[in-house]
Design a protein around this ligand. Structure first.
Ligand SMILES: Nc1ncnc2c1ncn2[C@@H]1O[C@H](COP(=O)(O)OP(=O)(O)OP(=O)(O)O)[C@@H](O)[C@H]1O
Length: 262
C-alpha cells in the first residue's frame, strides 16, 4: 500500500503544545507489519481518539507508546516525549510507564481492598507520603470517591464493572502520569457506566493528555477533541474530531464513519 503523505494531517488548526509525538513508527510482529510509518502529534491536555476497523493497528500503536510491546513486537521509529526518544533501548521503561499510564479494555483491579488498589500502586512507585490523601484525591479524580468513601476496606472485586474501571483510572492517575493511554476502556461496560467514564475524561483532560482507542463512533465524536483514523495499519487521517466527522478528507474515513466498511 502506498504511504500517505500526512504533512499536516489535514489539521485545520495546529495545536501549540504537543505532549507526545511519533515519527515514522513501524511495528512488526515477526515478519508481519501491523503499523506503517505512523506520524502523529498528540496535543497536550486534549483527548485524541484512535478509530478504525478491527485489525487496523490501533492497539498495536497505542501499546507501543509506553513500551508495552517490548518483547512482543519490534517497534521502529521515534516516540518523542519531553525532548527524549523514549523508544530507545537505554530508556528506563518503568519511568516511561510512570509518566505514560495505561487503562485496559477489561477492568483489572487487584484482588485487594479499594484502598489498597491505590495505596499499593503508590508504594510500588515509592510515593509513600500522605497515602490517605493521595488515595482520596485519585478516587475523586476518577469520580468514584462519593460511591466508595464509606467502604474503602471492601474488596475492589465487589464493585460493579463501571466502578472497577473507574478504580483502574484512579490507580493509573495516582502515580501522577502526564499521559493516559486507554484501550477501549468502556467496551465491557453498560451505556450508563460508559457515559460516566466519558464525563470523567472531560475532567481528567484538564490535568492529563488522553489517547483513547474506541470502536464507538458516538463516543469518539462526543468525547474527543482530535481523532486519528487507522486503515490497514496506516494513519490516513488526523484532524479535529468535529472536522473529521463532518468533513472527512479520505474516502476510507467517510466509509468507516458512515458504517460502509468491511
Ligand atoms: N501479539 C500479536 N502477535 C501477532 N500479531 C498480532 C498481535 N497483536 C496484534 N496482531 C496483529 O496486528 C494487526 C493489528 O492488530 P491490532 O490489535 O493492533 O488492531 P486493532 O485495530 O487494535 O484491532 P481491534 O479493534 O480488533 O482491537 C492484526 O493483523 C493483528 O492480528
Amino acid at each position: 500500500m502506498a504511504t500517505y503523505n500526512l504533512e499536516e494531517h489535514y489539521l485545520t488548526e495546529v495545536p501549540d503544545q504537543i505532549a507526545l509525538e511519533t515519527k515514522h513508527l513501524d511495528v512488526f510482529y515477526g515478519s508481519k507489519q501491523a503499523t506503517f510509518d505512523a506520524n502523529l502529534r498528540f496535543p497536550k491536555n486534549q483527548i485524541t481518539a484512535l478509530i478504525g476497523a478491527s485489525g487496523s493497528g490501533k492497539s498495536t500503536f497505542l501499546r507501543s507508546l509506553n513500551r508495552l510491546n517490548d518483547n512482543v513486537a519490534t517497534v521502529e521509529g521515534a516516540i518523542e516525549y519531553q525532548g527524549l526518544d523514549i523508544n530507545q533501548a537505554q530508556i528506563n521503561v518503568y519511568e516511561v510507564r510512570k509518566n505514560i499510564g495505561m487503562v485496559f479494555q477489561h477492568p483489572n483491579p487487584f484482588a485487594k481492598s479499594i484502598y489498597e488498589n491505590i495505596a499499593f500502586a503508590l508504594r510500588e512507585n515509592c510515593m509513600t507520603e500522605d497515602i490517605d490523601q493521595q488515595v482520596e484525591k485519585s478516587l475523586q479524580g476518577a469520580a468514584l470517591w462519593d460511591e466508595v468513601k464509606d467502604k474503602l476496606n471492601q474488596s475492589a472485586l465487589s464493585l460493579s464493572g463501571g466502578q472497577q474501571q473507574r478504580l483502574c483510572i484512579a490507580r493509573a492517575i495516582a502515580v501522577k502520569p502526564d499521559i493516559l493511554l486507554m484501550d477501549e476502556p468502556t467496551s465491557a461496560l453498560d451505556p450508563i457506566s460508559s457515559r460516566k467514564i466519558e464525563t470523567t475524561l472531560q475532567e481528567l483532560k484538564q490535568h492529563y493528555t488522553i489517547i483513547i482507542v474506541t470502536h464507538n463512533m458516538q463516543q469518539a465524536a462526543r468525547a474527543s477533541d482530535f481523532t486519528a483514523f487507522f486503515h490497514l495499519g496506516h494513519v490516513i487521517e488526523f484532524n479535529q474530531t468535529a472536522e473529521l466527522f463532518t468533513n472527512p478528507r479520505m474516502q476510507a474515513t467517510e466509509d468507516y464513519i458512515s458504517g460502509h466498511f468491511g
